[in-house]
Design a protein around this ligand. Sequence first.
Ligand SMILES: [Zn+2]
Length: 228
Amino acid sequence: MTAAPQPLRIALDFVNAWLFDLDGSFILVDSGLSMHRERLDAALRAAGCEPGRLALHILTHPDSDHAGNSAWLREAWGAKVAIHEKDAPALASGIMPRRRAIGSLSWIVGLSQLVPRKPGLGCTADILLEDGQSLEAWGLDAKVYHLPGHTPGSIGILTAPGDKVAGDFIAGDLVANWHRPGPGLLASDLEAYRASLDRARALVPADGWVYPGHGAPFPASGLAGIKL
Ligand SMILES: [Zn+2]
């Protein structure tokens, strides 16, 4: 197995998707909002990823700003959709349970939690991911880690260190980098969230990089200052 490539950032307004190019086969992590479909389609094709070449589409969690195009990628692109089993029901229904708002924007986010829940797009999962699962079967030297707290089934992905990279950590909404590294805006379980942050600090190599669900990548040292 060759060393894991760095993920390509596909910035869709305020939310990120990450693309791994594995010698002509691809893995996409998250898919933006449904309104980002044309931009996502263009970014994938610009990177050489055509329908049929997207071997795997992983969701860090099933919020609509991360899973908005997942059903479309499954149906129109033939991608297998992977998520942790604890988040598979919310992905299937498109309805996220209500959660507690946290962080500096919590008053805005708290209001959003009062909006009545409507059934969303919904997407069937093909693969249920487990803690510690390797992605080598899809050509990526990386492991999945179950990091609950933002949602019950939130995951992160850590690539193995190579010649050029120390280890890249795709964090989902465990962290966000709105103006500096901080927690995501919602918590399903604060205790679990704190434990997952501690685990991420221990997992990510000191000279590795963090790729958040929102905002620009930042060095692993930025994890140290995140408080809940
Ligand atoms: Zn998000």
